[in-house]
Design a protein around this ligand. Structure first.
Ligand SMILES: O=C[C@H](O)[C@@H](O)CC(=O)C(=O)O
Ligand SMILES: [Zn+2]
Length: 280
């Protein structure tokens, strides 16, 4: 069995106030991503959002259904977003092959029965990051190449938050039920993402941090705006952000991250911003 999964339940902000470092990490940190020759998944009860990775080496990896879905196949009642952060690879979906180069993405709609991941080179594998959410309507599969994304420049060097945000799977690029995904890259010399911070109680979010140098780290900030906590993150780790929580981070170097969201609406701009000098 090359597919395994863990379950994470939803926690209330009242409870999270009393969590120590260990408990906070047990509930929110995902630290088993990008393991070669495995599909590792985390099933969160926040919006039933699945976060995972597939790193095929010499043999392809098949996306199998997991017991938590009680489904005949993984995408029976789900949609899936895939972003490749490794070398070139392929995703074969019901006989159709999609070539995914570094930082290319694929949206798969509900109803696809067979999904198989492979790398073009076993020594330099593809690294597929996966986000999946419940879906009850089948939208067409779509590859999103580097030229298909919507690019926004945010922040400034003076406030150490200069970054480039790329929207890959949003409803202006591809038809989706509820999944949204994109990638943000912090510019050299800057460290802060998503600052000014925001919450969006309509949607939960998962952040996957990558391109962090091995001797550096990112401190991820979570919690209600007036009751924040932090989690130190290493390269290729993800963190679940409850709908009531801010999700912001500051690195000891620059880095990139993939954000994925699901919930009540598809309005990317629906955020309640927090005043920086009012955070606690
Ligand atoms: O709700 C939106 C998400 O938190 C991210 O898209 C924000 C982000 O990448 C950034 O500002 O750096
Ligand atoms: Zn957000």
């Amino acid at each position: 069995m090359k597919t395994s999964y863990k379950t994470r339940y939803a926690a209330s902000p009242q409870d999270v106030k009393s969590y120590d470092t260990t408990r906070l990490r047990e509930e929110f940190l995902i630290d088993d991503l990008m393991v070669p020759n495995k599909i590792n998944l985390t099933y969160s009860h926040y919006d039933r959002f699945i976060t995972g990775s597939a790193v095929p080496t010499s043999a392809p990896l098949k996306l199998e259904s997991i017991d938590a879905l009680k489904a005949n196949y993984f995408l029976e009642r789900r949609e899936l977003g895939i972003i490749n952060i490794g070398a070139a690879g392929k995703v074969v979906v019901d006989g159709q092959t999609y070539e995914l180069d570094h930082k290319e993405a694929l949206y798969l709609g509900q109803g696809n029965k067979s999904v198989e991941f492979s790398s073009n080179s076993a020594d330099d594998p593809a690294q597929f990051y996966l986000n999946s959410t419940p879906a009850h309507k089948a939208f067409p599969n779509k590859k999103i190449g580097k030229n298909d994304v919507e690019v926004i420049e945010l922040g400034a060097p003076e406030t150490a938050n200069a970054r480039t945000l790329r929207k890959y799977i949003v409803n202006s690029v591809v038809d989706v039920c509820q999944l949204q995904m994109g990638m943000t890259t912090i510019k050299p010399g800057s460290s802060w993402n998503t600052m000014p911070a925001h919450v969006h109680d309509r949607r939960m979010e998962v952040y996957f941090y990558f391109e962090i140098p091995s001797d550096q780290a990112v401190s991820h900030f979570m919690g209600e705006p007036q009751e924040t906590r932090h989690i130190w993150m290493s390269n290729n780790q993800a963190v679940i952000s409850p709908p009531w929580s801010i999700h912001s981070g500051s690195g000891t170097s620059n880095y990139s991250f993939i954000w994925g969201m699901a919930g009540e609406n598809l309005d990317y701009g629906d955020m309640d911003h927090c005043k920086i000098n009012e955070l606690k």
